[in-house]
Ligand binder design. Sequence first.
Ligand code: NDP
Length: 463
Amino acid sequence: MKTSDALVLFGATGDLAYKKIFPALHSMVRHGQLDVPVIGVARSGWDVERLKKRARRSIEEHGGGVEAQAFDKLASLLGYIDGDYRERDTFQRLRKSLGNSQRPLHYLAIPPSMFPTVVEHLGDAGCADAARVVVEKPFGRDLASAVSLNKTLHKIFDEDDIFRIDHYIGKEPVQNLMYFRFANSFLEPIWNRNYVASIQITMAEKFGVEGRGKFYEETGAVRDVVQNHLLQVAAHLAMEPPIGEGGEAIRDEKVKVFRAMRPMLGHTLVRGQFSGYRDEEGVAADSQVETYAAMRLHLDSWRWQGVPIFIRAGKRLAVTATEVLVTLRRPPHNIFDEPLPDQANYFRFRLGPKQVAIAAGARTKEPGEKMKGRETELFVCSEGADEMDAYERLIGDAMEGDPTLFARQDGVEAAWRIVEPILNRKSPVEVYKPGSWGPEAAEKLTAEFGGWHNPKRAQSRCG
Ligand code: NDP
């Protein structure tokens, strides 16, 4: 059987289920994509009615509102098992509840420390036979723990049945990026070291750690978004065209990019911390955890040799926006009187929020007698692509057994290899002002490539 015939939601009472998973399930029902039992498992002492109430609130708050018919349907599919993951009995009850299900999908929206316990119990109780499993990031906290997590998963599940969610890969703008690269022929001749001067990826968040200080203390920006989301974006930009059809061909090419990236060097890393972070609940008074990281990456390949890829991510910055800027080299010879600026020719990809856009920067002539130029931008924007689509798409794909948009073991390990040398940097963080663009020192990184491009605040979806 190809499609999963039951969905088991470990962590049904948790934050991720509330913010992302229930809204996605509601959307799936609305779109006719979900018609199998959904069994929540947690230990809050709840019953199914309480879980339904929680699901309703979650959809109201994070899913754009409840559609009565779809919600009734979802509620009729919901079941709940109350029990501790450390007890066998929980899994025996789950086995019973699964009835004749032949290919359940187990979604582990739980603390990573619980992964081994749950996976082993699933195996012992016979819940893992022909089953699939979804794991949420983080996939380990360094290379060694990622290898160990993969070993645990592989004891019970085949690689083909493991779906590692990095929701960034499933996001509409990242899909859009991949489509734009490989559905057009005009890009390929210039998409290389001969024409591209530099690549920048910025993930800026105006907000801070939002009460998750304890979580963030263990994580920091590099582990939270660089090792996974932003390296994935870099791979989409740098990968070769996949050979052959199907998801594995795409995943193969992305892994090759990670393998070609040099492990990061400390001196091309700037770590920052916003002023006030240490006053957050759960944060140490002398915390050296980075809420901002900027770095320069090198790719050893024929296509990209010598083209720097700059990545920066930070909290409490000036705006919330994720943007890629691929800057082209200046024309080789200037035939006009006025100098041609750096960064005048570029491709800009806005990866949200609100806006999903692709823009191309070009110099055009100002009307009039003189051969004077101005900066112009060709701009294409798609409406209505948001985060929830990623979860809906990914849960649907996992239920179908389609691995294309999920991280693969070798890719996860290769990505850890890149950041490993900078993970435990003891260098002090540089404090920066909330609302700014991060520490001063980061400016030096990009200075000879025209400086950082700071994304603008989106006024509206496509405005
Ligand atoms: P929470 O702490 O909010 O939820 C954890 C869930 O696991 C709860 O339902 C909890 O049940 C259950 N649980 C934990 N231990 C046990 C146990 N021994 N027995 C039974 N149930 C248990 O975590 P999140 O939802 O925030 O995160 C879940 C996963 O998703 C993590 O791996 C996280 O890294 C990842 N993630 C989270 C994101 C987010 O925005 N929250 C974003 C991206 C990834 P109970 O409440 O009943 O104790």
